[in-house]
Design a protein around this ligand. Structure first.
Ligand code: BG6
Length: 527
């Protein structure tokens, strides 16, 4: 994982451009893995391609992380030729690039961009695809290595893969790399995820499948592992003896925007918990893997997810909260309630907020509650992990004015403010013994500057390099669904009683505060 290490970076800045027949592009640095690849995008006309994939590929080209032998082939139902597709993508790069435009790099990329229009359900499309891939292989020397990115609606995933299989386009008989990247949602419950996994596995080997979770592309999420395992001082206290509880918050200020059709079927629980929140939880709570390799890391994640106690119906009632936003004020303006958003049913019972307490049954975490919450139209956009340690004994201060000690809190800030802070008690200057809480604060930007990225660069690079460490294995996905399935069942059976409303622009329903209050704890909220 993580192609953009400091060493590699300094290697890259020394690179020179060179002119050859295949365009202007720098040589690879020593030891870099940039295997020749054709990057095939199903859903090339969609938003994901425009906003994330193309800008990320452009950024990878700028940082010299694409191979010289490289081409992109967009496939979509919209009728268009390659020339027009290049015009469109040229415009998109101009509009959406997160990095200043470097003309030579942009042209290099556009010269390698092709388009095939075709219906994903029509076998003929795949006949045309085979022909085009073989022509591009000859032209760019890509050696039959194909990466297929499923940027389509999930309803096409299975069918596209089956069609690719039927045309022999995923066979790796001559040791070519043929990989599939699948976006979320990966199923809508445990059984549909299992069905999708078995469809994929009827055509592909598990090692060819890269299930993407864009949260694992965030540097700050990857840094949780580095923070825990590259430092000697945290791991000894990372357990039930020292930690009181953990909070994981993914709060958004936006509403459902233009995604009402999808969201009103999914809801906050399906949309965020089995994937993003549990991935963060796994990184925070798993045992140290014995190597930074895909199987070692994913085995530990699977062990952790398996240790989350499934809830019985009574526990669902006591330990989960579902909320839906009503009208409210966001950014000084009045915003619509969820039920008035486009493509949302006016009687919708879908949750836009969820909070829950999870217990992990393990030697390390027995008795330590993990509080998770996520929601839309909340007061502030913030994604963070809060580790609250147990308080020190007060004994020493018995004869002083200090009547209680504030626990140490470690906050891992994932976005938008990226950093880590640790609070601790300090003596307030003066003749009396008084203790105040102060912060040690690390900000990513202070040390590493602002990296203009889409969050997809590392993940795309890793698929090309064949490193699946940051991707979800089939068991990881299914274990995620096993945690939320019992909750969904109870909520469904409760109907209207399951949903608590909250005003847009607040921290969610009061019931979520009660969830922690009954354990004598509080969410860490912001003004
Ligand atoms: C997506 C969800 O997976 O993640 C969206 O479908 C959500 O509903 C988004 O808004 C949040 O991602 P980020 O990177 O903006 O925190």
């Amino acid at each position: 994982m993580g192609p953009l290490g400091a060493e590699e970076f300094s290697e890259n800045v020394e690179l020179n451009f060179q002119d050859d027949n295949s365009g202007v592009y720098p040589q690879a640095g020593q030891g870099q893995t940039r295997p020749p690849t054709i990057f095939v995008i199903f859903g090339a006309q969609g938003d994901l391609t425009k906003r994330k994939l193309i800008p990320a590929l452009y950024n990878l080209a700028v940082s010299r992380h694409l191979p010289q032998e490289f081409a992109i082939l967009g496939v979509d139902g919209v009728s268009m030729n390659t020339e027009d597709f290049r015009v469109k993508i040229r415009r998109d790069i101009q509009e959406l690039s997160t990095h200043p435009i470097e003309l030579t790099i942009k042209e290099w990329l556009l010269d390698r961009l092709y388009y095939l229009s075709g219906d994903f359900r029509n076998p003929q499309t795949y006949e045309h695809l085979r022909k085009m891939l073989s022509e591009l292989d000859t032209q760019y020397g890509t050696g039959g290595n194909y990466l297929y990115y499923m940027a389509t609606s999930p309803s096409f995933f299975g069918e596209i893969v089956q069609n690719l299989g039927a045309k022999g386009l995923v066979a790796q008989e001559n040791k070519q790399a043929r990989r599939i990247v699948i976006e979320k949602p990966f199923g809508h419950d445990l059984s549909s995820a299992q069905t999708l996994n078995s469809t994929l596995r009827s055509v592909l080997d598990e090692k060819q499948i890269y299930r993407i979770d864009h949260y694992l592309g965030k540097e700050t999420v990857q840094n949780i592992l580095v923070f825990r395992f590259a430092n000697g001082i945290f791991e000894p206290v990372w357990n039930r003896q020292y930690i009181d509880h953990v909070q994981i918050t993914v709060a958004e200020t936006l509403g459902v925007e233009h995604r009402g059709t999808y969201y009103d079927k999914a809801g906050a629980l399906r949309d965020m918990v089995p994937n993003h929140l549990l991935q963060i939880l796994a990184f925070v709570a798993m045992e140290p893997p014995n190597a930074f390799d895909p199987e070692a890391v994913r085995n530990e994640k699977a062990k952790l997810l398996r240790a989350i106690q499934p809830m019985n119906p009574m526990e669902v009632l006591q330990s989960t909260v579902a909320g839906q936003y009503g009208a409210g004020i966001y950014n000084g303006t009045q915003v619509l309630p969820y039920r008035s958003e486009d493509n949302v049913a006016s009687t919708s019972l879908r949750e836009t907020y969820t909070a829950m307490t999870l217990s992990i049954e393990s030697w390390r975490w027995e008795g330590v509650p993990f509080y998770l919450r996520t929601g839309k139209r909340l007061k502030k956009r913030v994604t963070e992990v809060v580790i609250q340690f147990k308080s020190a004994p007060l004994m020493l201060f018995r004869k002083t004015p200090v009547d209680r000690l504030t626990p140490n809190v470690l906050v891992i800030r994932i976005q938008p403010d990226e950093g880590i802070s640790l609070s601790f008690g300090a003596k307030i200057p003066g003749p009396q013994v008084q203790v105040g809480s102060v912060n040690m604060d690390f900000q990513y930007a202070d040390y590493f500057g602002d990296a203009p990225s889409t969050g997809y660069e590392t993940l795309l690079h890793d698929v090309m390099a064949g490193d699946a460490t940051l991707f979800q294995r089939s068991d990881n996905v299914e274990l995620g669904w096993s945690v939320v399935d019992p909750i969904l069942k109870v909520w469904d059976s409760l109907g209207t009683h399951a949903i608590h409303s909250y005003s847009a622009g607040t921290w969610g329903p009061p019931d979520a505060d009660a969830l922690l209050a009954k354990d004598g704890r509080m969410w860490r909220n912001y003004e």
